[in-house]
Design a protein around this ligand. Structure first.
Ligand SMILES: [Zn+2]
Ligand SMILES: [Zn+2]
Length: 261
């Protein structure tokens, strides 16, 4: 394999590692219960999630549940109805930090929203060490350059590992503003095909807001949810179990599993 191809492969692998953690484990797993995590997978996500993605699994879930409850109202942590598309990058970061603070300081409403997640906010965040994962990834990238002279490889690794804010921003900004709608949901959610391809199904926000407990975000012919493909692959490996949709259609619109309520 040529060096350039290797760099591309490393970028793709680190990009997809972040996608896997956030869309399969954090989002469809912890937040919505659309896939059930094997106890080892759950242990893995609780102990390594923050190190891999830089995002706290509990903090992310709490913010995302708030997004579903308050979609596109002034209480939504990141609605493009109230902020410009570029500004949303900073808005989502500030909302995430605010939610983390609320969880850590014992805010009753915030903690109630994730009371089914029986693990604490990562010790990194409880001790103000949120930057450590970022420094670790920067250190690995620098080491590749300094030790081996593989600067491009280091850059590919670092850029791939740092893509999660961009992935989140594309979903939050574009898939609540541009695209078609299959369902009349009370929010501005859209199905944005480009974002769905780039962020493995997450661009189908309109489908997802209509049926948050569905592990598959693709609902009409022609829609492809690569994230659901990852769920099925992980299921084959025994890491997760895709939960069938509840028979009672009236519960289909609930943002997360009943144990959370
Ligand atoms: Zn949404
Ligand atoms: Zn969701």
């Amino acid at each position: 394999m040529s060096y350039a191809l290797l760099c591309l492969a490393v970028f793709a692998a680190t990009y997809m590692l972040n996608i896997f953690y956030v869309t399969v484990l954090y989002h469809r797993g912890l937040t919505h219960g659309a896939v059930e995590l094997h106890p080892f997978t759950r242990w893995l996500v609780v102990h390594t999630g923050n190190w891999v993605t830089g995002l706290d699994p509990k903090g992310w879930s709490a913010m995302h549940r708030a997004h579903h409850v308050h979609s596109d109202t002034e209480l939504d942590p990141h609605s493009p109805r109230f902020h410009s598309v570029p500004a949303l990058m900073l808005v989502q970061l500030r909302s995430y930090n605010r939610m983390l603070k609320r969880l850590i300081t014992g805010d009753a409403e915030a903690n109630r929203s994730v009371r089914d997640l029986n693990f604490d906010v990562s010790w990194l965040n409880r001790h103000g060490l949120w930057a450590l994962p970022y420094l670790l990834h920067a250190g690995i990238a620098l080491a590749l350059g300094i030790v081996g002279g593989w600067w491009l490889l280091g850059a590919a690794y670092w850029l791939g590992m740092m893509t999660h804010p961009v992935q989140g921003w594309m979903v939050n900004a574009f898939a609540h503003k541009y695209g078609g709608r299959n369902f009349e949901t009370p929010d501005d959610s859209r199905n944005n095909t480009a974002v769905a391809w780039l962020v493995f199904g997450e661009g189908y926000q309109n489908n997802h807001h209509h049926s948050p407990r569905s592990a598959n975000f693709a609902m009409r012919s022609g829609e492809v949810d690569l994230g659901y493909g990852l769920c099925l692959l992980a299921q084959k490996l025994g890491a997760v179990r895709v939960i069938p949709l509840p028979a009672d259609a009236s519960t289909i619109g609930e943002p997360y599993s009943p144990t959370a309520q």
